[in-house]
Design a protein. Structure first.
Length: 474
């Protein structure tokens, strides 16, 4: 049998369908690799190996990913009777009584969860270095960040522990780890994936679930299986014309593509490697017949955006903390959490209902200004992040500088959470030191089909799936 840990999830599922591998063999291979590599990466913080082996030996749903191992992020995607800690030490032993719709869809597709992946506390930063858990380490270079908040998931997929892992994105948390770990990170359109049954929306509709994968076809197929419409949703994005799996390899035609390789404000980082990644992507897209020009939405770098978006995060963070305190039956002390989240709690409590609604209204008007650009263009290409950071960098200058460092690192991603548009990070560049640098493609609202078509075209022209971190079991 082929080394299944090198295959994507689509190929693994095909082995099972053809009888060339069993679910038990796939699960055992993944567990072996996790046990060998995780002590060096801390990508996985909680395992369920016995339950996974029992599932693999039993009767599985006959879904498109029957028998394929998966890891679930330790933030959301609840499974009844199992712990999800949200990166918080006080929740380390809290088993939840409900299975989320998303987890149910993963299970119905035939995936077998092996455990939970490392996250930053409450998912409110862009590196996976929580107070209560060890830092996740980048398999391309152990001294570098995996990104966040889906950093453990990205490290697990990049290192070959599993072919696909659950991820979620409120301001870049699928795309940023994908960029830093050399993966495909597709952020769906707002409302494409249900947050139910416990939530209708979070972060004012900016948060959405998905996955990190090695290939575009996996990204498409996974979104196909987790995007079933559920009654009672606050948002229903436009229906896709056909399954996204059928868009892989389909021609997107000649597209009008805008490109921006640096922000126009001094507060943002501006790494030459990120600019080089966009320049290379622009040349590649031109060679594929697309019209590429330097252009981007005029509202994209409006300095007021971060101010209003952070108000939304602060209120939602405090709301979630209060819900967790209700579950625990006690307050969560500031000494148990990170200074960043203590600040969010204080800000969220102090914000009035009127100020919160004013923030949402400003963001709504701003989103209309952003949308105008897509009347003349099909795609926007940007760096995914502004720099590839080392572990510890975000907090190295103290709590007061953590916020500015986070904001300066991510000038390109959170805007499209607020607009609800789909976006994907593709691993199109590596530094001389061997670190991956992602390039972000953004489509108009509801156009995941176009993103998959273009991403597939790019993947065929400049394949990355056979690049692996220099990390093998000892």
């Amino acid at each position: 049998m082929t080394d299944v840990t090198r295959l994507d999830a689509t190929a693994q599922a095909d082995l099972v369908r053809r009888g060339e591998a069993s679910p038990a063999e796939l699960v055992d291979a993944a567990i072996t690799r996790i046990e060998a590599l995780n002590p060096r990466l801390d990508a996985v913080i909680r395992t369920r190996f016995d339950q996974a082996r029992a599932q693999a030996a039993g009767t599985l749903p006959d879904g498109p990913f029957r028998g394929v191992p998966i890891l679930l992020k330790d933030l959301g995607c609840l499974v009844a009777g199992e712990v999800t800690a949200f990166g918080l030490g006080p929740l380390k032993d809290v088993a939840w009584p409900v299975t989320s719709y998303l987890a149910g869809q993963f299970l119905a597709a035939g995936f077998i969860p092996l455990g939970r992946t490392n996250v930053p506390e409450m998912g409110t930063t862009v590196t996976t270095e929580a107070l209560s858990f060890p830092p996740a380490r980048n398999p391309w270079h152990s001294g570098h960040s995996t990104g966040g908040s889906s950093g453990g998931s990205a490290a697990a997929v990049a290192s070959g522990m599993v072919a696909v892992a659950h991820a979620s994105d409120g301001g870049g948390s699928i795309r940023i780890p994908a960029s830093e770990c050399g993966l495909v990170g597709l952020k769906p359109t707002r409302g494409r994936v249900s947050q139910g049954p416990l939530a209708g929306e979070s972060w004012a509709g900016s948060h959405v679930d998905g996955a990190v994968t090695r290939t575009v076809r996996d990204a498409a197929a996974v979104l196909d299986v987790i995007s079933a419409r559920v009654p009672g949703e606050p948002y229903y994005p436009p229906p896709l014309p056909r399954p996204l799996s059928q868009e892989v390899g389909a021609s997107p035609g000649r597209l009008r593509i805008g490109l921006v390789d640096r922000p126009d404000a001094e507060m943002y980082s501006d790494d030459p490697q990120c600019r080089a990644a966009v320049a290379g992507a622009g040349r590649l897209l031109e060679s594929l017949g697309h019209h590429v020009e330097e252009s981007w939405p005029a509202a994209m770098f409006d300095p007021r955006f971060a101010r209003y978006f952070n108000k939304i995060i602060a209120v939602d963070t405090e709301t979630l903390f209060q819900a967790f305190e209700g579950v625990l039956g006690r307050p969560i002390a500031e000494t148990e959490i990170e200074p960043r989240n203590a600040h969010y709690r204080q800000t969220g409590r102090a914000l009035t209902a009127v100020a919160y609604l004013q923030a949402r209204q400003w963001l709504g008007r701003w989103a209309r200004r952003m949308a105008d650009w897509w009347a003349e263009h099909d795609l926007l290409v940007t760096p995914t992040v502004a720099a590839p950071p080392e572990l510890g960098w975000f907090t190295a200058a103290g709590p007061k500088q953590e916020g500015p460092r986070i904001a300066g690192f991510m000038p390109y991603t959170s805007q499209f959470n607020a607009t609800g548009q789909p976006a994907v990070s593709l691993p199109l560049h590596w530094t001389q030191g061997g670190l991956p640098v992602g390039v972000q493609l953004v489509a108009a609202y509801g156009r995941e089909d176009l993103l998959i078509q273009v991403a597939s075209q790019v993947e065929q022209a400049a394949p990355w799936w056979d690049r692996h971190p220099p990390l093998e079991p000892e």
